[in-house]
Design a protein around this ligand. Structure first.
Ligand code: C5P
Length: 233
């Protein structure tokens, strides 16, 4: 999949989301729909945004027993999204079951991406609450490799990890990275950020950008700036 900017549509309702997307008249950005919007509006919001011609990353981060994830993925495959995801912590059996569920009768399927350790989890919390004693960087790389071996297409990771993930898992293994900010923009609550140009240089395949675009005075201009810095178009 070619390098692209994905807008995180972190809105609470259909109305707010569509009002935002209405601003885009000459371009159809790739959008990410997360739990908040999906749980508020259900699958119809996905169908509606798809009908409008956008590519969709459905960010629901599934994590359950293999059979349940397989059946849930079989439902999601009918929504015709382009990318969806799960937690690598569900283990190889769950990831393989997810691929089975997601694969359509004609053999095609949306791209499937793994979350490794959430960026909100730090070394201390991982050791204390999850009883994982290895260095967190190593845990992230191990989860990425496990996801690759299970047949997944990539991981969601910090842009700071993207280069290392490619070294371990190959250039074809996708890295989708949030935590992107313009050099002259607000950092907000993100701790480790990178500009779109730096994310490109370090090897991110796709960046997920929320507030620098959604909260901008001119979201379309902010999106185009992001594309120009990241994709170079
Ligand atoms: O507004 P902002 O650009 O910070 O939004 C980033 C998006 O990426 C949000 O939807 C956030 O939930 C998501 N995300 C993240 N860090 C992760 C995984 C997902 O910021 N580790």
């Amino acid at each position: 999949m070619k390098r692209d900017v994905i807008i995180a549509c972190d809105f609470a309702s259909r109305e707010a989301t569509l009002a935002f997307l209405d601003k885009f008249t000459d371009v159809k950005p790739f959008v990410k729909i997360g739990m908040e919007l999906y749980y508020a509006e259900g699958p119809e919001i996905v169908r509606e945004i798809k009908r409008r011609g956008h590519k969709i990353f459905l960010d629901l981060k599934l994590h359950d027993i293999p059979n349940t994830v397989k059946k849930a993925m079989a439902v999601l495959r009918n929504l015709d999204v382009d990318v969806t995801n799960l937690h690598a912590a569900g283990t190889t059996a769950m990831m393989q079951a997810a691929i089975e569920g997601l694969t359509r009768e004609d053999g095609t399927r949306p791209l499937l991406i793994a979350v490794t350790q959430l960026t909100s989890t730090d070394q201390e919390a991982m050791e204390r609450d999850l009883l994982i004693k290895e260095p967190i960087d190593e845990v992230v790389m191990h989860y990425a490799e496990t996801a690759k071996n299970a047949g997944l297409d990539g991981v969601v990771c910090s842009p700071l990890e993207a280069g290392k993930v490619h070294d371990r898992c190959g250039q074809q293994f996708l890295t989708i990275t949030p935590g992107v900010r313009f050099a002259d923009g607000d950092v907000g609550d993100q701790k480790r950020v990178m500009t779109p140009a730096a994310a490109r240089e370090i090897g991110s395949d796709m960046i997920v950008v929320g507030r620098p675009i959604t909260a901008a005075e001119d979201p379309v201009a902010a999106y185009k700036r992001c594309v120009s810095e990241f994709v170079g178009e």
